[in-house]
Write a protein that binds this ligand. Structure first.
Ligand SMILES: CC/C=C\C/C=C\CCCC/C=C/C(=O)SCCNC(=O)CCNC(=O)[C@H](O)C(C)(C)COP(=O)(O)OP(=O)(O)OC[C@H]1O[C@@H](n2cnc3c(N)ncnc32)[C@H](O)[C@@H]1OP(=O)(O)O
Length: 286
């Protein structure tokens, strides 16, 4: 209920902002954690500092922005990137999965599923400009895209590292990984929780291209131009043919997946692992 109300408020605020900024001549709309520019190729920028973690609010704003873009028939493609220096996205917000109650876990997971289904089955062309670290849920966002361009900076890593946290990537994360890099590579990377450097990610196929950091956005734009030259109807039908079975696999068991997540994440042993991981992140500083 609370989330539905927040969603209505955000949609309303979003459309108000949209109108005001359009009057200013800049075609863009924004909510607090997601900025969308629709001048030229549409660009969606995550801005949830310090690390673009996907909190419930961030997920909601992201989903709403995507919905608005989908509803605008003049927008055929979106570049997904980050406004946080050095970070694409740190993935799901660990604080949404630690020390909360089962109802919260269920609500959070429903929203993670919702964003994934919308992104993965989007009719728009999605290109990610990966300009920073992209672990776990950050990698998931990138994997939803039709093409991934990553900055050539060895400090940036990408991959599904869940097993390093003592948690397990859900079957639909795994399915998408397998679809992208093949069964053997996915099996190894998932068990080891591998975070790939840009060069390794390119080699294994997690990303499609690695370019110097200052060229990530221009490359993403030129990729978009190429993809926009393909007729929408044939490209969309082809995308749907490639992705539908994977999305349907979650759709047919969404409720069971929410139950699985809630009971798994509520376990004392899992909460303990998350606590240790969060402590490790804190200690990294000191
Ligand atoms: C049987 C199975 C059934 C169902 C499945 C069940 C459950 C499992 C599914 C769960 C799937 C999970 C997916 C995820 O995405 S989990 C999140 C994984 N993310 C990570 O591991 C990234 C962790 N972060 C980092 O490695 C670094 O922070 C990063 C991104 C490289 C940036 O480094 P740096 O710039 O040095 O910044 P800091 O580390 O100092 O971080 C700053 C600040 O942010 C906090 N923080 C970092 N990441 C997160 C996060 N993901 N969520 C929340 N908060 C995060 C960090 O703690 C610091 O906080 P502080 O208060 O100390 O300032």
């Amino acid at each position: 209920m609370a989330l539905a109300a927040a969603r209505r408020l955000l949609l309303h605020a979003g459309s108000r902002l949209g109108r005001r900024e359009a009057v200013d001549g800049a075609r863009r709309f924004a909510n607090k954690r997601v900025l969308v520019e629709t001048e030229g190729p549409a660009v969606m920028k995550l801005r949830n500092p310090p690390v673009n973690s996907l909190s419930l609010e961030c997920l909601t704003e992201f989903t709403i922005s995507l919905e608005k873009l989908e509803n605008d028939k003049s927008i055929r493609g979106v570049i997904l990137t980050s406004e946080c220096p050095g970070i694409f996205s740190a993935g799901l917000d660990l604080l949404e999965m630690y020390g909360r109650n089962p109802a919260h876990y269920a609500e959070y997971w429903k929203n993670v599923q919702e964003l994934w289904l919308r992104l993965y089955t989007s009719n728009m062309i999605l290109v990610s400009a990966i300009n920073g670290a992209s672990p776990a849920g950050g990698c998931l966002l990138a994997l939803c895209c039709d093409y991934r361009v990553m900055a050539d900076n060895p400090k940036y890593t990408i991959g599904l590292n869940e097993s390093l946290l003592g948690i397990v990537a859900p079957f639909w994360f795994k399915d998408m990984y397998v679809n992208t890099i093949g069964h053997r590579e996915a099996e190894r990377a998932l068990q080891l929780g591998t975070l790939f450097s840009p060069a390794e990610a390119l080699k294994v196929g997690v990303v499609d291209e690695v370019v110097p950091e200052d060229q990530v956005h221009s490359k993403a734009r030129s990729v978009m131009t190429k993809w926009l030259a393909i007729p929408d109807h044939s490209r969309q039908l082809t995308k749907n043919m490639m992705r539908k079975a994977t999305a349907d696999n979650l759709i047919k068991q969404r409720e069971a997946d929410i139950q699985n997540f809630t009971s798994f994440i509520s376990k004392d042993s899992i909460q303990k692992s998350l606590h240790m991981y969060l402590e490790k992140l804190k200690q990294k500083k000191g």
